[in-house]
Design a protein around this ligand. Structure first.
Ligand SMILES: Cc1cc2nc3c(=O)[nH]c(=O)nc-3n(C[C@H](O)[C@H](O)[C@H](O)COP(=O)(O)OP(=O)(O)OC[C@H]3O[C@@H](n4cnc5c(N)ncnc54)[C@H](O)[C@@H]3O)c2cc1C
Length: 756
């Protein structure tokens, strides 16, 4: 399945939107938090059924829509956006219908699937028992053989909507094997049978959605068994990907987020504190949505993405809980369970939140699942592939080191291979290739801890090429000088350059500079200057990794003819591309920190066992794996947006920077914690990755710079535009500019005189 644009599901999105809007306008429901579990209205379910929106991914012969799991993602996210009353059909649509489709008898398929898609049949989930929570395989409910079927006896608990469902999915023991995972089977049980009794349990919100359900010799026919008798464990674990990998694990509190942001806008907009916090929350949200898209794609391909679904649920449920706290601080008011609007939504969100990280598998259980997957998967990076990543790995393996006073030996190889001219067309003297290739190389340098000015040289050369120059005669090493928010480079009335820029990467080793400055009128200019020009004063500096970050003072530098780069790309586009390359480098360094950590915890032993066998260790490793996955997804999304020339690509880059910077912080912390004493030395190579992670997360715009900018930009268009951005899988391409693609936005900014 190729990449999808939001346009490809426009009909599905529109159908859901029309229904929801109609009901909202008629006052038939109010948006609520955690609607998918608690907001129950069979009439809404029937209205969805009439529009063909239940079972949209199932085959038409069973009443389904014949579409993909991705179409279902669109349906579900549109419903969750407004907290629509969907609880009646949620479980059946999400996992029981697909299980019947996969494991059910023909009779069960014919009976239940059309029943679900028409809103006549609803399901609850009978898995947990009083003594079987996380240890689901220990269930005691039994199914005893009869002449033509089974008799179910036992007690299930926490059965959401069990009191109003027509049927239950029940996991029961049919035999005892050597392992507790043997002898489990799955059944469809009729909840109207006289042997079924549901006792209400009231939750924190004082609502009745859960039940304790007793089954007393309830008959089940053979054709109501799902799959193989005794094969229930394998089946149920595959089903859990569906239960865990949906976007409802991310969006339970979205109605609150949307209402809080809208209200803040009405009260004057984001301030210096709330802008970066908003940017961070939205960056996480969009990245998790992209992960949900990947899970749905994998399910469409017939896979059971167990680990990815576990990561999504772990990260998503933490985010939905944090949205409560974010909204609380943004609103700066008390939660009010009796109120409508944001205050009421806040009350709903707070009281529902403890359940988020429990239902469908607790955070702890999920992290155990992730850690198991990680230690089984082993080392991911290739050293013998024939793709660019494989080639980069082959060239760079073993070359990582601390930077010295001059360029390392690796530089000669890199230069001779032409890597510093990749991403520049051959007719401008480059090696060809595009931004994806540059990203691949830069990520590889990050992965192998090779400190060389490749990103900077390519960036400078891409500016020269975009300005129409040939780079054949360009200096071997170049860098870009981009003033930060509190810095400036000015061309005076006398035509001289003045100003100061701290922390120019590789400045003193560069042969030439591409300097961004302003005329007194405010107009942006870019200039190409030899690094040894009179009036340029350098002071040596370094980042935490020891890489050169030199301070530059421009003291009345003469600007001879020909150095001004007419037609240079806007400064913000260059900054944007630089930020993307740093995000890629962060992804590379994080991957290595992760791999070193996996190796360490699987080989080092304490108390007679490898460290990974200790749950505290495994859970930290799982969190590190999730940070890496998020970072990779965000970087990939940003590269796609920029390479495809999307109008809003800078917002994807900002997202990648925020996610990668967060990943760097948390990833480095975990990697060090697990390496313990030997990791805090310069003898162990971990520092080659972590010192780079700490440095790069704030270069070419700090994490806060990008998150604040992102927050402001995303909320200014209002809730509809924000939602479009969150759910857009592939941005609409505008033109394919020569350099970057933030141009639409930066043109606006230039005309408003805003600085990057
Ligand atoms: C809102 C909500 C709705 C629910 N709906 C349903 C439903 O419809 N149907 C259904 O069948 N179930 C439902 N459940 C039940 C849910 O699946 C269980 O609550 C969950 O599996 C955890 O089981 P438990 O509550 O017994 O906790 P326990 O398993 O007893 O866990 C208690 C604590 O110990 C930790 N723990 C347990 N074992 C381990 C371990 N091996 N390693 C580390 N930590 C561990 C847990 O993470 C948790 O923090 C629902 C739960 C909630 C909160």
């Amino acid at each position: 399945m190729g990449k999808q644009t939001s346009e490809e599901f426009i009909d599905v999105r529109r159908a859901v939107r029309e229904l929801v809007d109609e009901w909202l306008v008629a006052g038939k429901f109010k948006p609520s938090c955690d609607a998918w579990l608690r907001h129950y209205d069979l009439n809404f379910t029937k209205a969805m059924a009439e529009r063909g929106l239940i079972g949209i991914s199932w085959p038409p012969e069973y009443g389904g829509g014949g579409r993909s799991g991705l179409a279902r993602l669109v349906v579900t996210e549109e419903l969750l956006r407004v907290g629509a009353p969907v609880a009646a059909h949620w479980i059946a649509d999400r996992q029981i219908g697909p299980s019947i489709l996969k494991q059910g008898s023909t009779a069960a398929k014919e009976k239940y699937l059309p029943g679900i898609t028409s809103g006549q049949v609803t399901f609850c989930l009978g898995m947990s028992e009083t003594e079987s929570g996380s240890d689901l395989a220990s269930v005691r409910t039994t199914a005893t053989r009869t002449d033509n079927g089974w008799l179910i006896t036992g007690r299930k608990i926490w059965t959401s909507q069990g009191h109003r469902s027509t049927h239950a999915y029940v996991l029961a023991r049919t035999s005892r094997g050597e392992s507790k995972h043997d002898g489990l089977s799955e059944f469809i049980v009729d909840m109207s049978d006289p042997g079924v009794e549901a006792r209400p349990i009231y939750d924190l919100r004082g609502e009745h959605h859960f039940n304790e359900v007793t089954f007393d010799s309830v008959p089940v026919r053979d054709d109501h068994v799902l799959g193989k008798i005794g094969g229930g464990w394998e089946q149920v674990t595959a089903q859990l990907s569906l239960e865990r990998g949906g976007i409802e694990r991310v969006l339970s509190t979205y109605p609150l987020l949307s209402a809080a942001i809208e209200e803040k806008l009405l009260r004057g907009g984001l301030d210096a504190d709330s802008a970066p916090q908003t940017g961070e929350i939205l960056a996480r949200l969009a990245t998790l949505r992209a992960m949900a898209f990947d899970v749905a794609t994998a399910i469409d391909q017939g896979k059971a993405p167990t680990y990815e679904a576990a990561m999504l649920k772990d990260l998503g449920t933490i985010l939905e809980r944090e949205i409560n706290e974010f909204a609380r601080l943004l609103l700066d008011r008390e939660a009010d369970p009796t109120a409508d609007g944001a205050d009421g939504l806040l009350a709903q969100g707070i009281l529902a939140a403890p359940g988020f990280t429990i239902r469908g598998g607790t955070t702890e259980v999920l992290r155990t699942v992730i850690a198991r997957g990680v230690s089984k998967a082993g080392k991911k990076s290739s050293t013998d592939g024939d793709d660019l990543r494989g080639v980069v790995d082959q060239v760079l393996v073993g070359l990582g080191s601390d930077p010295g006073d001059s360029l390392p030996q690796a530089w000669d190889t890199i230069r001779d291979l032409g890597w510093t001219a990749v991403g520049i067309s051959e007719d401008r003297g480059g090696e060809g290739g595009d931004l994806r290739d540059v990203v691949n190389i830069v990520e590889g340098l990050g992965r192998h801890s090779v400190s060389v000015p490749v990103a900077e040289t390519i960036l400078a050369r891409r500016v020269l090429a975009a300005a129409g120059l040939d780079i054949k005669d360009a200096a071997e090493v170049a860098t870009v000088v981009i003033p930060g928010p509190d810095e400036e480079v000015l061309i005076t009335a006398e035509g001289r350059l003045t100003g100061a820029v701290a922390r120019v990467p590789w400045g003193m080793l560069a042969g030439e500079l591409v300097v961004f400055g302003n005329l007194r009128s405010g107009k942006e200019v870019a200039l190409r200057l030899p690094a040894r020009t009179e009036g340029l004063h350098w002071t040596k500096g370094a980042n935490l990794a020891g890489e050169p970050r030199d301070a530059l003072v421009l003291d009345g530098v003469d600007v001879p003819d020909g150095v001004v780069l007419e037609n240079a790309p806007p400064r913000f586009d260059v900054l944007n591309e630089a930020a993307l390359l740093r995000a890629a480098a962060l992804a590379g360094a994080l991957e290595t920190a992760f791999e070193k950590t996996v190796e360490h915890v699987t080989t080092r032993e304490q108390f007679g066992r490898p460290l990974i066998k200790f749950q505290a260790v495994a859970h930290l490793l799982a969190s590190l794996a999730s940070e890496l996955e998020c970072t990779k997804v965000a970087v990939r999304r940003a590269v796609d947006a920029v390479a495809e020339g999307a109008a809003d690509s800078w917002t994807r880059v900002a997202t990648a920077r925020v996610i990668a910077s967060r990943g760097a912080t948390e990833g480095a912390r975990i990697a060090h914690q697990l390496h313990a004493a030997m990791g805090v030395t310069r003898e162990h190579p971990l520092h080659l990755s972590t010192r780079r992670l700490w440095s790069w997360r704030d270069e070419f715009g700090t994490q806060r710079f990008w998150s604040a900018r992102l927050g402001r930009r995303l909320v200014e268009g209002g809730p509809d535009e924000l939602w479009r951005w969150v759910t857009e899988q592939k941005s609409a391409a505008v033109t394919r500019p020569e350099f970057g693609s933030a141009s639409n936005d930066s043109h606006q900014r230039r005309s408003s005189g805003e600085q990057s």
